[in-house]
Design a protein around this ligand. Structure first.
Ligand SMILES: [Zn+2]
Length: 162
């Protein structure tokens, strides 16, 4: 069976405006314009049992929470993983619903359309999101750039368990 998931991921990446060198804020702003939904990146300190990244889709805004006590590169990996879930159209699972109230106490639970945590890599959707996130990072770092702005190597293709 052909790998439809792989083709789909590559099609998604081809349709993205990926800033080079990579800039998360610029990338997120481009996605906002394209999807017509606001994206808010929010640092947080996940407690026990809470994943290092979280996507909460409210009515017209996507909130991406990321572990703040980590390196900028890991933050990028966490956020891209959650954005990959958005791009892949993944749906949330009830398992994470209670986290929304913990992370965003002021949020009306009925506004939460999707909530996904970055964990449980055995789930196919998690692997899919992680692979797409890596692909986006590869595009950001592996393509030719002008000699003057060539980024340091060593960040590409690496996944960090979360
Ligand atoms: Zn995930």
């Amino acid at each position: 069976m052909p790998d439809a998931g792989r083709n789909r991921r590559h099609a998604i990446v081809r349709g993205l405006d990926i800033p080079r060198p990579f800039d998360l804020a610029v990338f997120a702003a481009g996605l906002e314009a394209r999807r017509g939904r606001a994206i808010r990146l929010r640092p947080f300190s996940p407690g026990p049992g809470v994943p290092c990244g979280l996507w909460i889709a409210a009515a017209d805004t996507d909130y991406v929470y990321y572990e703040q006590a980590t390196t900028p590169f890991h933050v990028t990996v966490i956020v891209l993983h959650e954005i990959a879930h958005m791009l892949l159209g993944h749906r949330g699972t009830a398992a994470w619903q209670n986290l929304a109230a913990q992370v965003m106490p002021g949020l009306d639970p009925s506004l939460v359309q999707v909530i996904l945590g970055r964990s449980a890599y055995a789930m196919p959707e998690e692997r899919d999101a992680e692979t797409l996130a890596s692909l986006i990072l590869e595009q950001a770092t592996a393509l030719p750039v002008t000699a003057a702005s060539r980024p340091a190597r060593g960040a590409g293709g690496q996944t960090v368990p979360g």
